[in-house]
Design a protein around this ligand. Structure first.
Ligand code: HEC
Length: 137
Protein backbone atom coordinates (compact mmCIF):
# COMPACT_ATOMS: atom_id res chain seq x y z
CA UNK A 1 0.00 0.00 0.00
CA UNK A 2 1.67 3.19 -1.06
CA UNK A 3 0.09 6.37 0.13
CA UNK A 4 0.92 9.31 -2.11
CA UNK A 5 -0.04 12.51 -0.37
CA UNK A 6 -0.01 15.45 -2.80
CA UNK A 7 1.05 18.70 -1.16
CA UNK A 8 -1.78 21.02 -0.25
CA UNK A 9 -0.79 23.77 -2.67
CA UNK A 10 -1.01 21.27 -5.52
CA UNK A 11 -4.54 20.28 -4.53
CA UNK A 12 -5.46 23.95 -4.25
CA UNK A 13 -4.04 24.65 -7.71
CA UNK A 14 -5.94 21.73 -9.20
CA UNK A 15 -9.10 22.98 -7.52
CA UNK A 16 -8.65 26.41 -9.06
CA UNK A 17 -8.06 24.93 -12.52
CA UNK A 18 -11.12 22.70 -12.23
CA UNK A 19 -13.21 25.63 -11.04
CA UNK A 20 -11.99 27.78 -13.92
CA UNK A 21 -12.80 25.08 -16.45
CA UNK A 22 -16.18 24.01 -15.21
CA UNK A 23 -18.00 26.90 -13.66
CA UNK A 24 -18.39 29.84 -16.01
CA UNK A 25 -19.12 28.00 -19.22
CA UNK A 26 -20.63 24.67 -18.12
CA UNK A 27 -21.56 23.75 -21.70
CA UNK A 28 -23.62 20.69 -20.77
CA UNK A 29 -25.84 22.68 -18.45
CA UNK A 30 -29.18 23.89 -19.81
CA UNK A 31 -30.46 27.43 -19.46
CA UNK A 32 -30.94 28.02 -15.75
CA UNK A 33 -33.00 31.16 -16.29
CA UNK A 34 -35.63 29.13 -18.10
CA UNK A 35 -35.72 26.49 -15.38
CA UNK A 36 -36.00 29.26 -12.80
CA UNK A 37 -38.86 30.94 -14.66
CA UNK A 38 -40.76 27.68 -14.89
CA UNK A 39 -40.21 26.39 -11.36
CA UNK A 40 -39.30 29.16 -8.95
CA UNK A 41 -40.86 32.47 -10.01
CA UNK A 42 -44.27 31.71 -8.47
CA UNK A 43 -42.79 31.98 -4.98
CA UNK A 44 -39.39 33.66 -5.24
CA UNK A 45 -40.45 36.22 -7.87
CA UNK A 46 -39.03 37.31 -11.22
CA UNK A 47 -36.10 39.07 -9.60
CA UNK A 48 -35.52 36.33 -7.01
CA UNK A 49 -36.25 38.61 -4.08
CA UNK A 50 -38.98 36.45 -2.61
CA UNK A 51 -42.00 38.37 -3.87
CA UNK A 52 -43.66 35.92 -6.25
CA UNK A 53 -47.45 35.86 -6.69
CA UNK A 54 -47.83 32.82 -4.39
CA UNK A 55 -45.64 34.22 -1.61
CA UNK A 56 -48.45 35.80 0.41
CA UNK A 57 -50.36 32.54 0.63
CA UNK A 58 -47.50 30.51 2.10
CA UNK A 59 -46.86 29.78 5.76
CA UNK A 60 -43.23 30.79 5.35
CA UNK A 61 -41.77 33.64 3.31
CA UNK A 62 -39.77 32.58 0.25
CA UNK A 63 -36.14 33.55 0.77
CA UNK A 64 -34.56 36.47 -1.10
CA UNK A 65 -32.34 34.42 -3.41
CA UNK A 66 -30.21 37.40 -4.44
CA UNK A 67 -28.73 37.60 -0.94
CA UNK A 68 -27.47 34.03 -0.60
CA UNK A 69 -23.84 35.01 -1.19
CA UNK A 70 -24.01 38.09 1.02
CA UNK A 71 -25.47 36.05 3.87
CA UNK A 72 -22.60 33.61 3.48
CA UNK A 73 -19.73 36.05 3.86
CA UNK A 74 -19.66 36.94 0.15
CA UNK A 75 -19.37 33.37 -1.13
CA UNK A 76 -22.27 31.77 -2.93
CA UNK A 77 -23.16 28.69 -0.80
CA UNK A 78 -23.21 26.34 -3.73
CA UNK A 79 -23.39 23.00 -1.91
CA UNK A 80 -25.97 24.24 0.52
CA UNK A 81 -28.21 25.84 -2.12
CA UNK A 82 -28.09 22.73 -4.28
CA UNK A 83 -28.98 20.37 -1.49
CA UNK A 84 -31.79 22.62 -0.35
CA UNK A 85 -33.31 22.81 -3.82
CA UNK A 86 -32.78 19.12 -4.43
CA UNK A 87 -34.33 18.32 -1.06
CA UNK A 88 -34.04 15.51 1.41
CA UNK A 89 -36.86 13.20 2.46
CA UNK A 90 -36.44 14.20 6.14
CA UNK A 91 -37.13 17.84 5.38
CA UNK A 92 -40.77 17.08 4.67
CA UNK A 93 -41.26 16.53 8.36
CA UNK A 94 -39.37 19.63 9.42
CA UNK A 95 -41.96 22.17 8.38
CA UNK A 96 -40.29 22.95 5.12
CA UNK A 97 -42.66 24.87 2.86
CA UNK A 98 -40.68 24.86 -0.35
CA UNK A 99 -41.19 21.83 -2.63
CA UNK A 100 -38.28 19.49 -3.39
CA UNK A 101 -36.90 19.26 -6.91
CA UNK A 102 -34.85 16.08 -6.71
CA UNK A 103 -36.40 12.75 -7.59
CA UNK A 104 -36.20 11.75 -11.25
CA UNK A 105 -33.51 14.38 -11.89
CA UNK A 106 -30.96 12.21 -10.15
CA UNK A 107 -30.64 10.03 -13.25
CA UNK A 108 -29.29 12.77 -15.52
CA UNK A 109 -26.23 14.36 -13.99
CA UNK A 110 -23.26 16.50 -15.05
CA UNK A 111 -20.09 17.17 -13.03
CA UNK A 112 -20.14 20.44 -11.10
CA UNK A 113 -17.34 21.71 -8.88
CA UNK A 114 -18.65 21.88 -5.32
CA UNK A 115 -16.29 22.69 -2.47
CA UNK A 116 -13.40 21.90 -4.81
CA UNK A 117 -14.71 18.49 -5.81
CA UNK A 118 -16.34 17.58 -9.11
CA UNK A 119 -19.70 16.27 -8.02
CA UNK A 120 -22.38 14.61 -10.16
CA UNK A 121 -25.24 17.12 -10.16
CA UNK A 122 -28.63 16.93 -11.90
CA UNK A 123 -28.30 18.69 -15.24
CA UNK A 124 -31.19 21.08 -14.61
CA UNK A 125 -29.82 22.08 -11.23
CA UNK A 126 -26.36 22.68 -12.68
CA UNK A 127 -27.83 25.29 -15.02
CA UNK A 128 -29.93 26.72 -12.23
CA UNK A 129 -26.85 27.14 -10.06
CA UNK A 130 -25.14 29.27 -12.71
CA UNK A 131 -28.26 31.40 -12.94
CA UNK A 132 -28.58 31.82 -9.17
CA UNK A 133 -24.93 32.81 -8.86
CA UNK A 134 -25.48 35.41 -11.59
CA UNK A 135 -28.27 37.21 -9.68
CA UNK A 136 -26.33 37.69 -6.41
CA UNK A 137 -25.99 41.32 -5.32
C1 HEC B 1 -44.16 26.89 -3.41
C2 HEC B 1 -43.23 28.02 -3.27
C3 HEC B 1 -41.77 27.82 -3.64
C4 HEC B 1 -41.24 27.40 -4.84
C5 HEC B 1 -42.00 26.95 -6.09
C6 HEC B 1 -39.81 27.45 -4.69
N1 HEC B 1 -39.47 27.89 -3.44
FE1 HEC B 1 -37.59 28.15 -2.69
N2 HEC B 1 -38.35 28.59 -0.87
C7 HEC B 1 -39.70 28.75 -0.58
C8 HEC B 1 -39.86 29.06 0.84
C9 HEC B 1 -41.19 29.31 1.55
C10 HEC B 1 -38.56 29.08 1.39
C11 HEC B 1 -38.19 29.34 2.86
C12 HEC B 1 -37.82 28.06 3.58
C13 HEC B 1 -38.91 27.03 3.56
O1 HEC B 1 -39.91 27.17 4.25
O2 HEC B 1 -38.79 26.06 2.80
C14 HEC B 1 -37.65 28.77 0.28
C15 HEC B 1 -36.26 28.68 0.41
C16 HEC B 1 -35.38 28.51 -0.63
C17 HEC B 1 -33.95 28.44 -0.51
C18 HEC B 1 -33.20 28.46 0.80
C19 HEC B 1 -32.70 29.86 1.01
C20 HEC B 1 -32.28 30.10 2.45
O3 HEC B 1 -31.32 30.84 2.65
O4 HEC B 1 -32.94 29.56 3.36
C21 HEC B 1 -33.43 28.31 -1.77
C22 HEC B 1 -31.96 28.22 -2.15
C23 HEC B 1 -34.55 28.29 -2.67
N3 HEC B 1 -35.72 28.40 -1.96
C24 HEC B 1 -34.43 28.17 -4.05
C25 HEC B 1 -35.51 27.86 -4.88
C26 HEC B 1 -35.38 27.56 -6.28
C27 HEC B 1 -34.08 27.64 -7.07
C28 HEC B 1 -36.61 27.22 -6.74
C29 HEC B 1 -36.99 26.71 -8.11
C30 HEC B 1 -36.30 25.51 -8.56
C31 HEC B 1 -37.53 27.36 -5.61
N4 HEC B 1 -36.83 27.75 -4.52
C32 HEC B 1 -38.90 27.13 -5.70
C33 HEC B 1 -40.75 28.62 -1.46
C34 HEC B 1 -40.65 28.14 -2.76
Amino acid sequence: MSSFKPPLFLLAAIGVVIAACTVPSMPEAPDGAKFYAENCVSCHGMSGRGNGPLAKELDASPTDLTLLARKNGGNFPRAWALSYIYGHPEQRDLGRVMPQFGGAMANDTVPVEINGILTPTPRDLAGLLVYLESIQR
